[in-house]
Design a protein. Sequence first.
Length: 113
Amino acid sequence: MKKCPICEKNTRIPVDDITLDTHGYIFVVKGERCTSCGEEYLGEEELNRVIPIARKLGVWGEPLKLHRKLTKSGRGTILHIPSDIEESMHIKGDEKILISKLGNNKLVIEIES
């Protein structure tokens, strides 16, 4: 058995029932689970099997980092979304969005359905 980095016990065992929920699609994959704390670990091979399927379903985006500057406005800060992202996500400009803080320097922006 391998050592779990979370609880630091040698209680990781192989399992074949780890579930990944990605935007409503459920993937069942092989990996390891700590019998002590329940933490789950996926191998690179399993991820390499799931990622192409998720990309075909449109639920796993291509890695993309665009650098933009924020603009100050009288009532807040403005973020301009690049036109290629607008087009690929079919954004019209009148959608409602949810903005969440993730850690100290990340934001998650979701378009409400």
